[in-house]
Design a protein around this ligand. Structure first.
Ligand code: GLC
Length: 669
């Protein structure tokens, strides 16, 4: 079937959705496509005959994407995509409206839990694996929200004002990397970019298609179309959901000659291709993993995405220790809160976890549970919680934010935990020096009010319905924590450049440019609570034997990581580049390679990273393209952006890389 076989009326109808979750089938002439949220689990909505929402069907609630990102694991990202495909196939969903790859410019952004990172390489690389995993199992992805959607405040109308270089190096880069997985669809954002709605942003659509190689259909975010004619002329292929007024105006504009057949055909053709691709992917597809196996995937991602931020000899727990567990997030009634709010919310399919029960079964020792605080500041049995904390060997406090605070549609008011939770932590940690705080939040937290007074901090994030088991396995040492932060934890929100930006509700001016996340904190040596790429383990990893073999425009960087003490564990090694004496502003360092390796006790693994001169490039608006200047660059290898153990100097000249020397504890610049 080609658009030539369709009438003008059919094509006009085709580029507007049928209802909330389907495309039209033109009276059975073409297949209809079924789409559904969301990035952390399937949210298949049941609608009544009038198209009104009735309920969301239960599905496996995986860890949110920020927890997946904290795993730094390509394998976990791929497995999550494959497992989500099974959930979708069971419900006959053709396209999952995921993943979101927007950069975490602002720690307060309400949807950070749905996104990967402050760093474009980490975000784009994991999104690639997630998309490829999903699509390899017969379900389409929808890369979103294109683009520069970095806050929820006035999201439907505000304009993100960004310079071209920052756009290319930071905000577009994750989309560019993810497009290598050939997502069959992408979703335009609500906001404007430099004044023009994303749904009408012809330049953005041209970049996506002509430069990033995107060959799918571009779908609007729900209700993001303001003028269907203008958006179709710009290259937006499909408006979702159906909007009668927009459709009627489109037909009238077509009749008035305001949009040409060629412009309509371009969009209709891509929607037709999308429908045919989905029909082809449906052939013979069936769920491969059982629900139990999918739960196991969700648990594995949580285990690998939990970040041990502080451990002063309190973890792992010792068998037989008495434990007092407190905090609302430890118990089943919190299930809907251990996730963000909005379209990504998933109705858990499994049991609501109770951390105290799980620990009781695992440790065999005494485990007490006293809630101490609910959501919204309701304290309860807080005296008993103090007694339990004082009498038990270890005090575990489960604190967090949840969907009332972190959600689509609104941003957080500040970066701290709710005041009643901070007070509970301060009060209980005074009763027991062996206090561990488990954080169930979807984004960075200002821990400055209480972190010094506790012995351990475990960042569980919105860890999904298997998160309770995963947290218990990390606390008891059944799992050696291997997660690392995909987003910096600043000391306070005042340290974040975006906090100084003017708060014009209609224009978000990205004056900080590239100064986002570690690109800012490391460049200006700003103290942070926990740096990008940071995470502790129960093992000790030692880096050595750096070698750089350079030839032509390529360099192979190799080094050894030894598990020098502790149980078998996984280590995320990171490689950053640092330009020396550049002629443009360059961040102090940029992540250019990473890997996660399982290392047995006492054993070494050899890590190899391949670099090319392109990895040293910046985007030059002088030449409207990527450019690698000749000069000296430092290659920095370590366990986080602030734990660099191995360094070398390389020189780039005339498009070739040459090794200069290893830098042993000397200051390169
Ligand atoms: C929402 C979200 C988008 C979601 C869509 C469908 O407004 O922005 O991420 O996929 O609408 O629910």
């Amino acid at each position: 079937m080609t658009v030539k076989e369709l009438t003008a009326e059919e094509k006009l109808r085709l580029i507007c959705g049928k209802d909330s979750w389907h495309t039209v089938d033109l009276d059975g002439k073409i297949p209809s496509v079924c789409v559904s949220d969301g990035p952390v689990g399937l949210r298949k909505s049941e609608m009544d005959e009038k198209g009104n929402w009735v309920r969301d069907l239960p599905a496996v609630a995986y860890p949110a994407l920020h927890v997946l990102a904290n795993s730094w694991s390509r394998e976990c990202a791929r497995e999550m995509g494959e497992s989500l495909a099974d959930d979708c196939k069971e419900q006959n969903v053709d396209i999952l409206l995921a993943p979101g790859v927007n950069i975490k410019r602002n720690p307060l952004n309400g949807r950070n839990f749905e996104y990967f990172s402050e760093d474009p390489l980490l975000a784009g690389t994991l999104a690639y694996e997630y998309i490829d995993g999903l699509q390899s199992k017969g379900v389409g992805a929808c890369l979103k929200h294109y683009y520069v959607n970095n806050r929820e405040y006035n999201r439907l109308d505000q304009s993100s004002e960004v310079d071209e270089r920052t756009l290319r190096e930071l905000y577009l880069k994750p989309f560019e990397l993810a497009c290598k997985a050939k997502p069959i669809s992408a979703m335009c954002a609500y906001n404007r970019i430099n004044g023009v709605y994303a749904s009408e942003n012809a330049k953005g659509f041209r970049i996506l298609r002509d430069e990033f190689g995107f060959d799918g259909a571009i779908i609007s975010d729900w209700g993001a179309v303001h003028d269907r004619t203008a958006s179709a002329k710009a290259g937006l292929d499909l408006e979702m959901p159906f909007h009668e007024g927009n459709y009627e105006k489109l037909v009238a504009d077509y009749k008035a000659g305001k949009i040409t057949d060629e412009e309509i055909d371009a969009c209709a053709e891509r929607v037709l291709r999308l429908a045919e691709r989905c029909e082809k992917m449906r052939e013979g597809r069936k769920a491969e993993r059982t629900v139990e196996e999918r739960f196991a995937v969700a648990r594995k991602i949580a285990e690998e995405g939990i970040v041990l931020l502080k451990n002063e000899g309190v973890l792992p727990l010792s068998p037989g220790q008495s434990i007092s567990v407190s905090g609302y997030f430890a118990a089943p009634e919190a299930f809907g809160k251990i996730s963000g709010g909005g379209s990504a919310m998933v109705q858990w399919r499994g049991e609501k976890f109770n951390l105290a029960d799980i620990l009781r079964k695992k440790t065999g020792g005494e485990v007490r549970y006293t809630r101490a605080f609910w959501e919204r500041g309701v304290l309860c049995d807080s005296r008993q919680a103090e007694i339990d904390a004082a009498e038990c060997d270890v005090c575990v406090i489960c604190a967090g934010t949840g969907s009332d605070i972190e959600s689509e549609g609104y941003d957080r008011g500040d970066m701290r935990l709710p005041q009643w939770e901070e007070e509970s932590i301060l009060r209980l940690s005074k009763r027991n020096p062996n206090t561990v705080v488990v954080l169930f939040t979807g984004s960075a937290v200002d821990v400055s009010a209480w972190a010094d007074g506790v012995a351990g901090i475990v960042y569980a994030g919105f860890c999904g319905e298997q998160g309770g088991e995963a947290v218990a396995r990390v606390l008891t040492g059944e799992v050696n924590p291997s997660g690392k932060l995909s987003e910096t934890f600043p000391v306070s929100y005042e340290d974040v450049p975006v906090s100084w930006a003017d708060n014009d509700p209609c224009v978000a001016r990205y004056e900080e440019g590239l100064d986002v996340g570690y690109r800012y904190y490391d460049t200006y040596d700003v103290r942070v609570s926990f740096p990008f790429g940071f995470g502790l383990s129960y093992s000790e990893f030692v880096y050595s034997a750096l070698k750089v073999k350079a030839s032509g425009d390529k360099a192979e960087v190799s080094f050894t990581v030894k598990n020098a003490g502790g149980p078998a564990g996984r280590e995320v090694s990171q490689l950053y580049i640092r330009p020396i004496a550049a002629y443009v502003h360059r961040p102090a360092q940029e992540l250019k390679a990473f890997t996660k390796q399982q290392i047995l006790p006492g054993k070494n693994v050899k890590v190899k990273f391949g670099l090319t001169t392109a990895d040293f490039a910046y985007y030059s608006t002088a030449v409207d393209g990527w450019r690698t200047d000749d000069g000296l660059y430092e290659i920095a290898v370590g366990a986080s952006s602030r734990e660099i153990f191995l360094r070398a100097l390389v020189k780039i000249e005339g498009g070739n890389i040459s090794f200069v020397k290893e830098l042993k504890d000397e200051f390169a610049f």
